[in-house]
Design a protein around this ligand. Structure first.
Ligand code: HEM
Length: 499
């Protein structure tokens, strides 16, 4: 060995030792969350079991409010229970408001190379897209709520007629009918009242994309967190790429039509409202330009997030009504006594329909349709309940745990809408505040108010006009199919008109 090699080797050893000591010193004070033992390469994925929320409850019991796992190669921290989830989601520095760059998220953005609204990083473009979307949605949910009321009521009436005609005597799968109802509502809300929605061209294209996306994305899909699997299963990636393109093309069509026919001062729908809000924002003109591609991404996320979550929530509600006929009768009786049956249920009736509201809340609590929220990402080193979470860690907000916390709910595993009703026969505010179905903090669902209006009007009007009945040979399973948004297993019901 030459002297030079010896000196270089020594220098390298000293350098590495200094680096290691520095790392030890920096991390000596750190307190990382503990967690269950996992496997090399795949991490904890094989341990999730058939129903991950239950497995996570066990880990929460064993390791406390903040525990660590690995999603494939991604270091992940799971946050559980009301206090910890609220504190982390509302972190003052937005430390956990990022999104991880999972494979599906990359595929969604690859056509435009821009951040999407729901799955984009916490960038200035994301923040601006979110601001525009919130403002546009607010325009229709606060100032012009009659637009939603008219749209949802009339589409729900059509839906009721179809259900009764199809399933009065023969029990059937109502899934496609519910998907069609919700797609028609969201589509016309975003792109204009009277827009034609065809089942083959629109509903099926959007739903096929959502099904594919749901299966491959979220907090436990192996393809999402083990990106090398794309070389072993290229057809899966191709399927999602193709379906994303088909679904986005429907949006592109609307974007072009809106730019071509936009008239300032005549805001017809959410797409117009976004274009108008950007034009009004003189202050940020040099920092952000709303391009057609950006409008496309924002609308695509509003469309997809809106259709997927709302139609699945309605499917859960109708399933629970058929499974718990006493609860269904109480909802009907309340509507009959307070609103009657000669006119439709309206938004102004909402405060008085206490039991109906309680059923909506209890189904969302019990099911927790998006049990682990959309995955978050630590953008800097920060702490959750005294535990260190390093930059670039995936952070999962376990919303299911908030809805099933024994110390707060007492008997969370029992379906009991009455839990939301206080002694004074009104909704219990504290219980309502413990519903995190729409997430918390900066990335909280942008469509929450719209979703609540839509669900209330459609559910209460369906309950007023018809009754869901369990066929004798149907089990009505309530164990869901996991994904990003949990879905009920396909079920058949009879639907009878109320007289
Ligand atoms: C029952 C219906 C709905 C439920 C349960 C629901 C739930 C959620 C949840 C849990 C999140 C993730 C929050 C987080 O990351 O912490 C979310 C985000 C989002 N939701 Fe909803 N949602 C619903 C309806 C809607 C509707 C109707 C729209 C739009 C029309 C919508 C648009 C979005 C968007 C764009 C995001 C991403 C927000 C962001 O990353 O900044 N959602 N939703």
């Amino acid at each position: 060995m030459s002297d030079l090699t010896f000196v270089l080797g020594l220098a390298l050893t000293v350098f590495m030792t200094v680096l290691f000591l520095q790392w030890l010193l920096q991390n000596k004070e750190k307190k990382y969350p503990k967690g269950p033992a996992g496997f090399p390469i795949v991490g904890h994925l094989p341990l999730f079991g058939k129903y991950p929320p239950k497995t996570f409850l066990k880990w929460w019991n064993s390791f406390g409010d903040v525990f660590s796992i690995r999603l494939g190669s991604w270091n992940t921290v799971v946050v559980n229970g009301y206090n910890a989830v609220k504190a982390a989601a509302e972190h003052p520095d937005d430390a956990f408001s990022g999104r991880p760059n999972f494979l599906t998220m990359e595929i969604l953005s690859e056509r435009t190379k821009e951040d999407r609204l729901a799955f984009g990083n916490f960038s200035p473009v994301y923040l601006k897209q979110r601001k525009l979307a919130s403002k546009a949605l607010r325009m229709f949910t606060s100032k012009r709520s009659e637009v939603i009321e008219e749209l949802v009521t009339s589409e729900t009436n059509v839906f009721v007629d179809i259900l009764v005609k199809k399933y009065n005597r023969n029990a059937g799968l109502i899934e496609l009918d519910v998907q069609t109802l919700v797609t028609k509502i969201i589509y016309q809300f975003l792109y204009g009242r009277g827009k034609t929605v065809e089942v083959e061209r629109h509903v099926k294209t959007i739903i096929e994309f959502l099904e594919e996306f749901n299966e491959l994305s979220g907090n436990g899909s192996s393809l999402d967190v083990l990106p090398w699997l794309q070389y072993i299963m290229p057809w899966k990636v191709e399927a999602i790429r193709k379906n994303t393109a088909r679904s986005d093309d429907l949006v592109t069509e609307q974007v072009h039509q809106h730019y071509d026919t936009f008239v300032p001062g005549n805001i017809r729908d959410v797409a117009d409202a976004i274009i108008a809000s950007d034009a009004d924002d003189e202050e940020n003109k040099d920092r952000y330009v709303l391009t057609r591609a950006r409008l496309n991404l924002t609308l695509a996320d509003l469309q997809d997030a809106g259709v997927d979550t709302t139609h699945k929530t309605l499917l859960w509600l109708f399933l629970y009504m058929a499974k718990f006929p006493d609860v269904q009768e109480k909802v009907f009786t309340e509507i009959k006594d307070i609103v009657g049956t000669n006119r439709s249920v309206m938004l102004k009736d909402k405060p008085e329909l206490v039991f109906t509201n309680a059923v909506l809340l209890e189904v969302m609590r019990f099911v927790s349709q998006v049990p682990f929220s959309i995955p978050h990402y630590a953008m800097k080193n920060a702490k959750i309940q005294g535990f260190d979470v390093d930059k670039d860690t995936v952070v999962i907000f376990n919303l299911y745990s908030v809805h099933h916390e024994i110390s707060f709910w007492g008997d969370p595993e029992i379906f009991r809408p009455e839990r939301f009703i206080s002694d004074r026969k009104s909704l219990d505010k504290e219980k309502c505040n413990h519903i995190f179905a729409f997430g918390r903090g900066r990335r909280r669902c942008v469509g929450e108010i719209l979703a609540q209006m839509n669900l209330f009007i459609s559910f209460s009007n369906v309950m007023q006009k018809c009754k869901f009945i369990k066929p004798a040979d149907e089990q009505l399973h309530i164990t869901p199919i996991p994904g990003l948004v949990y879905t009920p297993k396909p079920y058949k019901v009879l639907v009878q008109e109320r007289n």
